[in-house]
Design a binder for this molecule. Structure first.
Ligand SMILES: *Cc1c(COP(=O)(O)O)cnc(C)c1O
Length: 222
């Protein structure tokens, strides 16, 4: 099942309309090490965690050396557990978090690669900076010493209404292009989950984070 899902998705995910390769990140929250390793053996190269405790518990059991992403809300006091072990921090959703990441990275002698999370739907329930602050936030965070900002991350509102989703996804692509005009480091627009990834890729996402469509329903008892 997992193997088939991965193979099917990898075959199905094509370049976006801008001619960019689309990276598939497996969202692994609540999944077992065994199932994550099955996904990796089937071709997954990137995995994304939401919870620091899960990230730490599973870290050594993961085979095949995938790239590690952190995609969840990150508390300041837990940053230290991720430094040097995370390839891309996708959910930099507030300035204090960027400062803590930079401080800890500097102390460890590493540069941390980050995406800035934008709350594109202006939703109470989601983290991220306001869309209209995107450029200002990018410049402020870029000035921190030990971070490299490589793009943007967003979660669209939970709806099937393409009339709502498409304009928001296109706005994200527009901001991504404006930032790319400011910095050659910008290369990722991470947008798209199991329910909306096709629409997101059509609108210019080049990184999708899929959980359910790889693993099936989540195991909330784990
Ligand atoms: C869980 C999660 C995903 C994947 O969600 P699915 O709908 O299961 O594909 C993607 N991004 C983030 C930030 C998540 O927390």
């Amino acid at each position: 099942m997992i193997e088939e899902n991965v193979k099917k998705l990898l075959a199905e995910i094509d370049d976006n309309p801008f001619g960019e390769k689309v990276t598939l990140v497996a969202a692994v929250k609540t999944q077992t090490v065994e199932d994550i390793n099955r996904a990796i053996a089937a071709g997954i190269t990137d995995i994304g965690d939401n919870h620091v405790q899960e990230f730490r518990d599973k870290y050594d059991g993961i085979a095949g050396n995938p790239r590690r992403h952190f995609i969840g809300h990150l508390q300041l006091n837990k940053v230290k557990y991720l430094i040097g072990k995370t390839d891309l921090y996708q959910s930099v959703d507030r300035f204090e978090l960027a400062e803590e990441l930079s401080k800890r990275s500097e102390r460890a002698g590493v540069t941390s690669r980050c995406l800035i999370q934008i709350n594109i739907g202006n939703e109470e329930s989601k983290g991220g900076f306001e869309y209209n602050d995107g450029e200002k936030v990018f410049r402020a965070i870029s000035a921190l010493p030990a971070l490299k900002i490589e793009g943007l991350m967003a979660m669209l509102p939970f709806t099937d209404d393409e009339g709502v989703l498409r304009p928001l996804a296109k706005k994200m692509r527009a901001l991504y292009e404006r930032l790319r005009g400011e910095s050659g480091d910008i290369k990722y627009l991470s947008m798209g989950m199991s329910g909306d990834w096709k629409l997101c890729v059509e609108c210019g996402s080049n990184m999708v984070r899929l959980g359910t469509s790889i693993f099936g329903p989540r195991h909330y008892n784990v």
